[in-house]
Design a protein around this ligand. Structure first.
Ligand SMILES: [Mn+2]
Length: 356
């Protein structure tokens, strides 16, 4: 595995590369062109600039999170083929720049959903939290205002203001799009991009839906082992893989995370490791990475990754807001750096106890 850290790029992140390089064991950043628009072909010069900035700090660009998918591709309408062509051009640019992992998601309208971005925890930190009862009481069109008010002034990934301004239009675009339609549109997209992935050895790593069930009556298709295996088997190419995100799949306590890891052996190209604390069904809050602070057995999860030969990038996921840091919710330096240290320790102990 390779320990990495998500970084949103210059001007979009409160965390600096100079800080990331000082986290022990971090080899690279997971980044993106944060001001790109879904559907456009990426500019090679901009990607190179990101690589050069990282390299100046002894870091590599270990992967892209995300290259977002245009809604026409997800709904299967409008200019889908044109946008897929542009996606292929972007993958060519990345392949030529020696970047071989791309995380993306196929969620309608909302990339991820939380009911609170700053819920106080027992230790005085604040975390992102989810309560289905609160979500059920919210008009989806009001979601953006609720979250934006607590975003510390940062643009939240997937919740860009220009996107949210079109929320009614987006809901209308997905009207009549069933779970099966969405799945078929994903398969259509994957089949179209596999040749360029084969050519440049690019691992596509779909991010699970967060939370792992339909929200606001929108379909969700990457939610559990059965759905993930269906997706992997529909396009049986090693470049069609997943991001193992414990915090997303683990929103459903029925999901046995080590079992999912073993079932997806060889097809996990990226791992987001973090912990949640489940208070009740449909009600959870994010926790420190440590097993003891949440519901997940982080040791068993990490061990399953090690034992299945996982060798892709890992990154700590959302951290708590601690020590007075003001950052994008979930993406401060301090708690994610603690997460890196903990995950590195787990990995070292597991690998030394179980030499290959
Ligand atoms: Mn994730």
């Amino acid at each position: 595995m390779k320990m990495t850290f998500r970084w949103f790029g210059p001007g979009f992140d409160s965390v600096k590369l100079e800080q990331i390089r000082q986290i022990p064991g971090v080899k690279g950043v997971i980044t993106t062109l944060y001001d790109s628009v879904p559907g456009e072909a990426w500019d090679a010069g901009k990607v190179r600039t990101l690589k050069e900035l990282a390299a100046k700090n002894g870091l590599e660009v270990s992967g892209i999170e995300s290259v977002n998918i245009h809604d026409d591709i997800k709904t299967g309408n409008g200019r889908r083929d044109e946008y897929i062509e542009n996606y292929i051009k972007t993958l060519e640019v990345l392949g030529k720049e020696d970047i071989h992992m791309v995380c993306y998601n196929f969620m309608p309208v909302f990339d991820w959903t939380r009911s609170d971005l700053a819920k106080p925890r027992h230790d005085g930190s604040t975390v992102l939290a989810y309560d289905q009862k609160m979500i059920d009481a919210i008009n989806p069109a009001d979601m953006f205002g609720n979250l934006d008010a607590k975003s510390n002034g940062f643009i939240l990934p997937g919740w860009e203001p220009e996107r949210m301004a079109r929320i009614k239009e987006l809901f209308a675009a997905y009207e009549g799009v069933s779970e099966q339609n969405l799945f078929d549109n994903l398969v259509y997209f994957l089949k179209a991009i596999m040749p360029v992935c084969d050519k440049y050895d690019i691992n596509m790593a779909i991010h699970p839906d967060d939370p792992a069930w339909p929200v606001f009556d929108l379909p969700r298709i990457i939610t559990d082992k059965e759905h993930i295996l269906k997706m992997l088997n529909a396009v049986p190419n090693v470049h069609n893989g997943i991001t193992l995100c414990t915090g997303s799949l683990g929103t459903n306590p029925q999901n046995d995370l080590p079992d999912i890891i073993r079932a997806c052996k060889g097809r996990i190209h990226f791992a987001h490791l973090r912990n949640l604390w489940h208070e009740a069904p449909g009600k959870f809050e994010e926790a420190a990475h440590l097993s003891a602070d949440g519901t997940f057995d982080m040791y068993a999860i990490t061990k399953a990754l090690y034992e299945t030969g996982f060798d892709g990038p890992i990154r700590p996921d959302h951290g708590r807001a601690i020590w007075g840091e003001v950052a994008m919710p979930g993406y401060g330096l301090y708690d994610r750096a603690l997460g890196c240290a903990y995950l590195n320790g787990l990995w070292e102990a597991i690998s030394k106890a179980n030499p290959r």
